[in-house]
Design a protein around this ligand. Sequence first.
Ligand SMILES: [Zn+2]
Ligand SMILES: [Zn+2]
Length: 140
Amino acid sequence: MKVTPRGHEVKAVIDIMERDLTADAMAKALIKEVAEMLAMRDWYALTHRFKLDKGNGVNYGPFASVIEAQKAAEKWIGAGEGGWVKLYSPGQLEARAVGKKWIGYCQTCTHAKNLHLMDGSRRGKCGLSNCRCSSFIEIK
Ligand SMILES: [Zn+2]
Ligand SMILES: [Zn+2]
């Protein structure tokens, strides 16, 4: 996995590192934070089938980008055929259901941007039936 750190991720890690924690507590907090960041990203898997083995194959992943998956296929997959599939974020799956204080989500209701209905050229009220949020304000 070739992960390119994003600005808000670097900031969150620095925020933890600047806390007054024991080394053990800091290590645990960093591992949890980074795992959550990675769970909020979409990934890619390389799919593969052997031509001479009844279509059986081995799938590999996650990869951080299509390009990374394609390069791995070119480099390491010999006989057979394959492709890549997008793996949608497990963190966003959960966040869409319950909301999350996360970059790109709504400050008011913590639901995803695309759950807010279009209001002219911007996002307005939240489309979830049990949510009373009237205007999307993005967490930055
Ligand atoms: Zn909202
Ligand atoms: Zn909402």
